[in-house]
Design a protein around this ligand. Structure first.
Ligand code: FE
Length: 201
């Protein structure tokens, strides 16, 4: 079995929001969301069991969903996707508004407020069937797809790991300034050849 096949299923990237028992806003970056039906509007949201946001949603049965735009900053995905709301206030410093007491990002493509009506437990996740209490278009920009997000990550890794090498003497550029931003009259510090003889390897 090749699980890459699952990555061909289209899905988006979202920020969930919820409010815990101490009245703290929590949230998480997720991709597993599916529209089940539109009349009445119901969607499914899957949250990992290790997630504090999952714990809060399980208890409060309420959550918000912000649909991320294709040009979302990496900072938002980093903030919500790589740390726990148990220890960090992820919403602090974010540009958001409260709807029904739940946070929705201002630059979201759309914002939804959800009420959990049924829960299914899997080995690693809790899957919430939700009634859509309210749905508001936001910027209506192009939404970020999970595929696009993965592609952006791969492209970034490629450019991060590629080195600029002098094709004449083999010198590998390792300066602080990105190679592309060096002035045109910059020359190889070893052999003195111009910037134009450098190639990416
Ligand atoms: Fe050189």
């Amino acid at each position: 079995m090749n699980l890459d096949a699952l990555l061909t299923l289209s899905q988006g990237v979202y920020i969930t929001g919820a409010r815990d028992g101490d009245n703290r806003l929590v949230g998480s970056c997720i991709d597993a969301v599916m529209v089940v039906e539109v009349a009445p509007a119901q969607i499914m949201v899957s949250l990992g069991k290790g997630s504090y946001t999952r714990e809060v949603v399980s208890r409060t049965k309420s959550m918000s969903l912000s649909v991320l735009p294709a040009d979302v900053s990496d900072d938002i995905i980093q903030c919500f996707g790589t740390q726990s709301s148990r220890a960090t206030d992820k919403w602090q410093g974010q540009d958001y508004r409260l709807r029904e007491g739940l946070p929705v990002l201002q630059n979201a493509v759309a914002g939804l407020i959800l009420r959990v009506i049924h829960t299914i437990e899997t080995a690693s996740h809790e899957v919430f069937l939700c009634h859509v209490l309210s749905a508001e278009p936001g910027t209506m920009a192009e939404p970020l797809t999970y595929h696009h997000y993965q592609q952006k990550r791969k492209d970034k890794q490629m450019t991060d790991t590629k080195k600029w090498v002098c094709s004449v003497c083999g010198y590998v550029y390792d300066g602080e300034v990105p190679f592309e931003e060096l002035p045109d009259d910059w020359v190889c510090p070893l052999c003195g050849e111009p910037k134009s003889v450098f190639v990416q390897e």
